[in-house]
Design a protein around this ligand. Structure first.
Ligand code: G3P
Length: 215
């Protein structure tokens, strides 16, 4: 299972990279806006640190505008993957860009049928937003299971990036389902390492170690 980090913050990316938890990065306009730095500086810094795909979002709405925008974004660095919104224009752009060798990540996917269209368009990556579906009282992870079943049925080559992850249970469920990738906020990566019995165990071992004669 590949872990991407869902952030545009270079310090978080560096810390997670040291822990061996970064196979790639996903950004979006909201995450970039939190950095208060010029867009190109943010993306270039990330690409320097990360040896893997870095998703960068295109913001045009028509295919005729999305395609040149994506071409421009892809020139920032060979690792850039262009995020394209799940619209019909977006699918036109995905088909053209993938034919040109520009990798795409179809974003804002909220149903298995949307994912199916992205698979047929030839998207390299597809991002179902599980947390936002949970927020709307739907089982977000059910959509991931459906997407994986469709890929298995027909041998589509798209990889599923479980996105909008809010807590460790999303990651566990994604792993049990065999999702290709989870894009995880730094805070949730830290949560994955925690267990109260680990803390209690360390405390007990350290206090017992104090009782051991050292000579
Ligand atoms: O990768 C998509 C993700 O950034 C969306 O997350 O928490 O804004 O729903 P969220």
């Amino acid at each position: 299972m590949k872990f991407f980090i869902d952030t545009a913050n270079i310090e978080e990316i560096k810390k997670a990279t040291r822990m061996g938890l970064v196979d790639g990065v996903t950004t979006n306009p909201t995450l970039v806006s939190r950095e208060n730095r010029p867009f190109l500086d943010v993306i270039r810094d990330i690409c320097e640190v990360v040896d893997g795909p870095v998703s960068v979002e295109a913001v045009s709405m028509t295919a005729d505008e999305l395609i040149p925008e994506a071409r421009k974004l892809s020139k920032i660095h060979p690792n850039v993957v262009v995020k394209i919104p799940m619209t019909l224009d977006g699918m036109v752009a995905v088909r053209q860009l993938e034919q040109e060798g520009i990798k795409t990540n179809v974003t804002l996917v909220f149903s298995p049928n949307q994912a199916l269209l992205a698979m047929k368009a030839g998207a390299s990556y597809i991002s179902p937003f599980v947390g936002r579906l949970d927020d709307a009282a739907h089982e977000g992870m059910d959509m991931v299971a459906d997407c994986l079943e469709i890929i298995e049925n027909y041998g589509f080559t798209s990889e599923i990036i479980v996105a909008s992850i809010r807590h460790p249970l999303h990651v566990l469920t994604a792993a049990r389902m065999g999702a290709h990738i989870a894009t995880i906020p730094y805070k949730v990566m830290v949560q994955l390492s925690k267990h109260p019995l680990t803390d209690v165990g360390i405390e007990r071992f350290l206090s017992d170690w104090e009782k051991v004669p050292k000579t």
